[in-house]
Design a protein around this ligand. Sequence first.
Ligand SMILES: Cc1ncc(C[n+]2csc(CCOP(=O)(O)OP(=O)(O)O)c2C)c(N)n1
Ligand SMILES: [Mg+2]
Length: 810
Amino acid sequence: MPETAANVTSRFNAAELSFDDFQKIVINDYRIAFESRQASILGRREVLTGKAKFGIFGDGKEVAQLAMAKAFRQGDWRAGYYRDQTFMFATGMSNLNEFFSQLYAHPDIARDPASAGRQMNCHYATRFVNADGTWANQSEALNCSADISTTGGHMPRLLGLAYASKLYRQNKELEYLKQFSVNGNEVAFGTIGNGATSEGLFFETFNAAGVLQVPMAISVWDDAYAISVPAKLQTTKEDISEILKGFQREHGTNGYEIFKVRGWDYVALCETYERAIDLCRNEHVPVLIHVTEMTQPQGHSTSGSHERYKSKDRLAWENEHDCLLQMRKWMIESAISTDEELDELEATAKKFVRDCQKEAWNNLQDEIKIELQQVAGLIAELANESELSDALQKIITELNTCIDPGRKDGVSAGRKALRLTAKEKLYSRQALINWLKLEEEKNNERFNSKLFSGTMHSPMNVPVVPAQYELDAKMIDGREVLNACFDANFERDKTIVAFGEDVGAIGDVNQGFAGLQQKYSDLRITDTGIREATIIGQGLGLAIRGLRPIAEIQYLDYLLYGVTVLSDDLATLSYRTRGGQKAPVIVRTRGHRLEGIWHSGSPMGMLLGAVRGIHICVPRNMTQAAGMYNTLLRGDEPALVIESLNGYRLKEKLPSNVGEFTVPLGEAEILLEGSDLTVVSYGSTLRIVQEAAEELEKLDIHIEIIDPQTLYPFDKQHVCLASLKKTNKLLVVDEDMPGGGSAYILQKILEEQKGYFHLDAQPRTLPAKEHRPPYGTDGDYFSKPSPDDVVEAVYAIMHEANPLKFPALF
Ligand SMILES: Cc1ncc(C[n+]2csc(CCOP(=O)(O)OP(=O)(O)O)c2C)c(N)n1
Ligand SMILES: [Mg+2]
């Protein structure tokens, strides 16, 4: 990559700074900002000419980011959004070549370390997971958590990143973890657009950080617009720092330090950031830096022009207040540089950016060209042999004349050629098939890999340790089994923390953590406000920074408030960085049936669709749950554990190795053997099915009951299929809506496991009704599967298979 004099910004060290040094730093800063602007301009052009798909850039936001970069230290964290390229360049966390590689979607971590071409442009990340799955040293690095595109969606994660510093500073037991923190000195820098501060996640995060007093520094880039919607329609009083004034800390209160500064005033920005971040770092007080009067020289993104919705006056004002123009003016007025010098700097910078762009484009195109040549050669061989050589030749011509081709063009041409010649016996087909197979493998790796970390540290590799029981093992409440499990794990691993609503002082509403705050301190078992999204974000940030959070959501029904964070952020983290980042959070909750519309939900289909990238565990009792926690707490991938809400007071036997035994993920268990029909169920409905089985025995029907235990992964050993081979009949019972969790299970068994070929009767599902269950025992009976329903559903299938032996019931 072409190099320029200095790649990153330098700090002003007031004590020693000569005018010469000062001048050098400022000129270098201007160069960084100017190159960044050129990157935006060129980037946009690349989209408009069709070489890249979409472009969103940081033009108009450059100067503030130079100032922010000066305050950013080793060990610090960024959680920001798509406007931050100047900050990334100024800190050295990214560079122009990576910028363009991402714009072109280069699927190679060496070219686009942030996302390997998976993310839209200007979505940043540093890599902190080594190739072998171990953690890189974060204290000595500059750290950027991976961006997401949803506005404000990163705020909960920001809270967690900042909260980690608090735990590292206050919990002396963590001092040994030097690779993650040095005395909690790390600041979590957040950036967000003015429009995105309208999001609930912003306000939830803002309040939580004020309560927690964590070193979180939020910068609001205020350009008075959110695409076309002006501040008047976004923010009360059109001024976010004005309306957040109530959060200002006062003598004897917690709260924020709030700063407001103009986005084109280099000097004021540098002073503000230095002051704000010093406070934040030293005192662990959250700060808000509201940067106003920013502009968008090229409009919001490549999707449309801002001339459509900005007035002439506004556009003229933006031109005049362009931060680069203002900085340039100030540099000349202050005799830091001259017009001519800056002209020259700008000309060099333009060329440099252009060179970087070309290099990035050629890097990708060179790889693709080789592939296209290979496949064209293979198709040409086919054409030599085939009777359809004209048609094959046409494919080659199309390939050769393709403008700005992608990998898809080569693969697609190969597939077309194979389809075309399917009926011919051609010697050269095999070579093309082999090539496609090889490319498929490589492309799977490029485009489909790393949904989970999948390293040796994965929970899938945690050794299986069976539960052991003393002869006189006690029968205790399920909640006490969990409590003993948590106790043992908190003792074993000092990095484990648990938090959530009512988790601390009373040990959660069902007593799983009872007594543990007294034993392990309120830094490790902690109450939070009612704020599900940021509870998950808190877990996400902590897990990124090497801690082992159990983030508790009181009931499954309330998880919906946190699903955005689970789905957009946690579930995609490993995938969107192609394994460069991970966050082994355990989200603990409880659900399925209890009472009432908002306390008996089992929205498993929704979750299965929303959180691929997170394991989903649905333990039938607390012992199985404990075994899953023991597995997950030793692995490095995120998981959601849904305990059965109505199972805490049922008696279970206490394993003697309650903190050690493990329940492996993806291993189904046969709870009852039978030869007539396979019933697959999970969680609370298993007890219903077990009850039904007794009555079915009386009807001479012997069902086999299978508990998959985890829905994702699902039954890796194909226990369900083996059972179907014996029974040839299948019923899936759960308490989700029709077509939800049960449909997912059917797809797994019938399609993936190929159970379809072993069926003698129509497979059926027995879910809940389509509405949420009403309150009360009758509401439950008439809405969710009951033992009567299970008996009759099983019987109906038996009737279908053998109506003589099992005549219709009604
Ligand atoms: C949750 C969500 N809603 C809507 C969008 C579409 N969107 C992308 S950027 C944007 C405007 C953001 O404006 P602002 O926060 O002021 O940032 P700016 O782009 O002006 O820097 C919108 C509405 C999105 N990405 N995510
Ligand atoms: Mg804006």
